[in-house]
Design a protein. Structure first.
Length: 113
């Protein structure tokens, strides 16, 4: 059974940092591109960052370039999102996913003073 368990969210002040983690299971993790998405209240889910199966290529939404870093550990079936210089506009539920699989429950990130 494919499963994604996101963690690491919370409340942080503007300018702060958080590191999200995603534990994946039930499929051949090292064969898949992994992505982080987010969904803010009243908005559609959007792609934030992606990393290829070997970690050699990463891509980011323009809104997070230079602030967020995606990484993965294929020995642990984990994918991470380091988020720096957080802004209130980054407030959302963050999800990780491999293409074609179900969504996890996500982790809430709230950026507020």
């Amino acid at each position: 059974q494919v499963q994604f368990v996101e963690s690491g969210g919370g409340l942080v002040q503007p300018g702060g940092s958080l590191r999200l983690s995603c534990a994946a299971s039930g499929f051949t993790f090292s064969s898949y591109t992994m992505s982080w998405y987010r969904q803010a209240p009243g908005k559609e889910r959007e792609l934030v960052a992606a990393i290829t199966s070997t970690g050699g290529v990463t891509n980011y939404a323009d809104s997070v370039k230079g602030r967020f870093t995606i990484s993965r550990d294929n020995t642990k079936n984990m994918v991470y999102l380091q988020m720096n210089s957080l802004k209130p506009a980054d407030t959302a539920v963050y999800y990780c996913r491999a293409p074609g699989f179900i969504w996890g429950q996500g982790t809430q990130v709230t950026v507020s003073s």
